[in-house]
Design a protein. Sequence first.
Length: 89
Amino acid sequence: MQLDAFLAKMTPAIHQALKQALELGKWPDGRAMSEAERDASLQAVIVYEHEHLPASERVGYMPDKCKSTGTSSQENGSAEDATILRFRN
């Protein structure tokens, strides 16, 4: 099934099941997710959330204001000062 067709049939329950499978790394029946399944599921969750949820409820949401200082991330430094984090397996 293509992503567009899957997204057209995706319900909030399916969205939650995919999120849980991604968090645990396995399907509800206990089978481990393959890398391809993980990639496809993550893509489906991101697209679904972009189309159906406000930004504050999406995976990876970062508020504009820092709670500790009350300033926005852009006020704290330029984009060139940002540090890129890379995770390795």
